[in-house]
Design a protein around this ligand. Structure first.
Ligand code: SAH
Ligand code: F3S
Length: 481
């Protein structure tokens, strides 16, 4: 059955102007990072004002949009496969269907997309979504339409996103866009442009709307949330030219976090991603001050070798990373830490790889996302270094770090056995419909028998067993949070 935008919005929807007059159908899907999923909600909102409701049936779509990821070659291949699928559907079922490519691949490949992929009618970069109505008009005139202009200002702070595929409980809220860091392996600064922060008032308003609609948990999103800085808009690098007044009233990430947690004491607050070079102790202090800020930090480290970190242009050493972790544990002993790691970066030796395993052993991350290095065209690493680690070596090293992570995950989940942990119920367990699945503050998945509890409830669960990634338990009552 068709799923409309209205069905996706739950609770006392404030911004749900009747979409019954909308006759056109939008099929939108997203790949890659959380920011892409959040952006698609902005795009759905823009298009709902252009007469589009969302559908989950590809064959009946008037417009198909795919929000793409360029972070690794594999991500791009996945999108190309989807484009082939749309092509087949268009040919066999729906010749009038229009197809647009959004996101990082759109930005990276620009007009080339139109030549390479005959099916694509529209190419829109991450900062150009407000131009989609104009681009669609061009497409309807039979022209190809492209806008891949990156912005120094755009944050979409004035757009109230339409929540897609939402469980009505967890929501993503973007607070910064772009990245100024230039890690040598990373395509993001090229595809998402310069870093800019969103007006805290619009962030607080969006979160308040979510709270009114019954949402229970928000994740503040940015490529590098700790570098959030609001002093009136524009690029952060211009801060040194800001007036004394602007500087005096500027809002940092820890202040924003404090404001959000204070404004919504009954909502859980998460944030992602933290970059070790920008994360400061004041964030830990704010986390400790508010019970509703989740005790979890996603702190990508990328490598355990100082030499490789330097070649990656990461602005910290292993020792500095460890010091940060120790500080975090001192202020928030119950806080979990997760990682991103890249294995097989150019010139990575067996000794470098062992250093990564040693760092993992020392921190014992709760969980993590581990990748083989994938050379991205145009990045500094692609220009400067040869992608010289054989595929078989990359694979073997990846297996070793994944195995190590599994052991550390098991160590961390075991720490909860016999204890009671607060869980926000998100959905039925995929493996067992009689069980709920949710996460505790540390972002570890917890499953337990449903009894009379409901999605969106905060429940205290006594943990009786665990796997390396999941806690298994029994509810002991609603949490008073
Ligand atoms: N600042 C963002 C980073 C986005 S990329 C964030 O922290 O979410 C997410 C992860 O993808 C990175 O942390 C890195 O581990 C991995 N990654 C990025 N570029 C990569 C590449 N060229 N090859 C392999 N992994 C990569
Ligand atoms: Fe990429 Fe480094 Fe920024 S990983 S998103 S350039 S912090």
């Amino acid at each position: 059955m068709e799923k409309t935008i209205d069905e996706n919005v739950q609770g006392n929807a404030l911004d749900v102007t009747p979409k019954n007059n909308n006759t056109k159908k939008l099929f939108i899907e997203s790949y890659g990072c959380a920011m892409n999923f959040s952006d698609s909600e902005v795009v759905a909102s823009i298009l709902s004002k252009q007469g589009y409701n969302t559908t989950q049936i590809l064959e009946e779509a008037d417009l198909v949009l795919v929000n793409t990821c360029s972070i690794r070659d594999k991500a791009e291949q996945t999108v190309r496969k989807r484009l082939e699928k749309y092509n087949a559907v268009k040919r066999d079922h729906n010749p009038k269907m229009k197809v647009g490519v959004l996101g990082c691949m759109a930005e990276r490949l620009k007009e080339k997309f139109l030549d390479q992929e005959k099916i694509v009618d529209m190419v829109v970069g991450p900062d150009a979504y407000k131009d989609i109505p104009n681009l669609l008009a061009e497409v309807e005139d039979g022209k190809d339409a492209v806008n891949v202009i990156l912005s120094k200002e755009e944050t979409y702070g004035d757009i109230s996103p339409v929540r897609l595929n939402s469980n009505g409980i967890n929501a993503l809220v973007s607070i910064t866009r772009g990245c100024d860091n230039m890690c040598t392996f990373c395509v993001v600064p090229f595809t998402r442009g310069r870093e800019r922060s969103r007006d805290p008032r619009s962030i607080l308003e969006e979160i308040n709307e979510l709270s009114v609609k019954g949402y229970k948990e928000i994740t503040l999103l940015g490529q590098n949330v700790d570098s959030y800085l609001w002093y009136g808009g524009g690029l952060k690098k211009e801060f040194k030219n800001a007036t004394e007044m602007q500087k005096a009233t500027a809002i940092s990430f820890s202040q924003l976090l404090d404001q959000v947690a204070t404004a919504q004491p009954h909502m859980r607050v998460r944030f992602s991603t933290s970059n070790p070079q920008d994360m400061t102790q004041d964030v830990f202090v704010v986390m400790a001050k508010h019970k509703n800020i989740c005790n979890h930090v996603h702190l990508p480290v990328q490598s355990g070798s100082d030499r490789i970190l330097k070649e990656m242009n990461r602005q910290h050493t292993v020792a500095q990373y460890i010091t940060l972790v120790e500080k975090l544990k001192e202020i928030l002993p119950d806080c979990s830490i997760s990682q991103d790691l890249i294995t097989g970066f150019p010139s990575e030796t067996e000794a470098d790889h062992q250093d990564t395993l040693a760092l993992m052993q020392q921190v014992k991350f709760a969980f993590g996302y581990m990748y083989k290095y994938s050379e991205r065209p145009g990045t500094m690493a692609a220009r400067k270094f040869e992608d010289d680690i054989p595929e078989a070596t990359k694979k073997r090293r990846l297996t070793e770090i994944v195995e190590a992570q599994r052991a550390h995950g098991a160590y961390r989940t075991q720490e909860f056995v016999g204890k009671t942990t607060e869980v926000l119920i998100e959905r039925s367990s995929k493996k067992n419909q009689d069980q709920w699945s949710g996460r505790n503050q540390q972002s570890i998945v917890v499953v337990f028998p449903k009894e009379t509890y409901q999605p969106g409830d905060f429940v205290n669960v006594k943990i009786t067993n665990c796997t390396s990634a999941t806690l298994i338990g029994q509810a002991v009552g609603l949490s008073k949070a």
